[in-house]
Design a protein around this ligand. Sequence first.
Ligand SMILES: C[S@@+](CC[C@H](N)C(=O)[O-])C[C@H]1O[C@@H](n2cnc3c(N)ncnc32)[C@H](O)[C@@H]1O
Length: 268
Amino acid sequence: MINPITGGPDGAHVGSSATAAAHANGIVVQEHEAMADVGNLKAEEDRIRRAYARRRDDGRYAISDVANLLRIQDIERRLLRLLDQHGALPLRDKHILEIGCGTGYWLREFMKWGADPAAVGGVDLLADRVAAARRLCASGSWLLRSNAACLPFPDAEFDLVAQFTVFTSILDGQLKRRVAQEMVRVLKPRGLVLWYDFQVANPRNPDVQGVGRREIADLFPACSIWLQRVTLAPPIARLAAPLSWRLCTLLDTIPVLRTHYLGLIQKP
Ligand SMILES: C[S@@+](CC[C@H](N)C(=O)[O-])C[C@H]1O[C@@H](n2cnc3c(N)ncnc32)[C@H](O)[C@@H]1O
């Protein structure tokens, strides 16, 4: 169980790693240092940190950006339908973890859709993102700075473990496999991984790599997988959305123009 008082895992199996609370401006950010035992994976963790430090916020992921709003509302509509079809609604009694939660946008969505804040939490590699998520998310929800390759939770803890555009930030195949294994480990039997990520290469960003259907199947062996292609290619959406929402809807009917997979992956 998650401890709603400390905002951290209660009695979690953390192996040789250490979990401690860091206080900054009254915000409690749980720290979980666990990569020391993973050898060369630490190098990939450092690379990811450097890649995010280089990123500049150009406003394209602002909720007021019409192309981004189109993307997010489309995910919301499709995702709720998918969760409903797989019997995962209502979320009221579900324990939910998001890995790579960033500033907590999707955590807040889960709560908006009915999840209990005390049963919802996220981990992210970057302390500033975790601190921002802590400021923005409802009290009761919990946040942890941790590499998703070493989740400080017991086996079979969660009903739903989500990842939104995290795997494409990880270039090292071994780290991707470890993260996938950890997601499955902390899921209850028949629990669901929620997957949203892009599947094409981004030639302008060498820090990311698309993850295709075959790779997803390799990452989650023995699981049942449902994937659908979604999200009008962002460069096209950024041109079309300010002109006409309807034009985007029309273009979105062409499967080859959709760059992401949205789906559910079920643990046996
Ligand atoms: C593109 S951002 C997406 C953030 C959030 N999921 C969203 O959709 O708003 C990817 C996030 O994954 C985090 N991340 C990447 N690799 C990670 C890892 N191995 N463990 C935990 N977080 C990771 C990054 O720090 C970053 O915040």
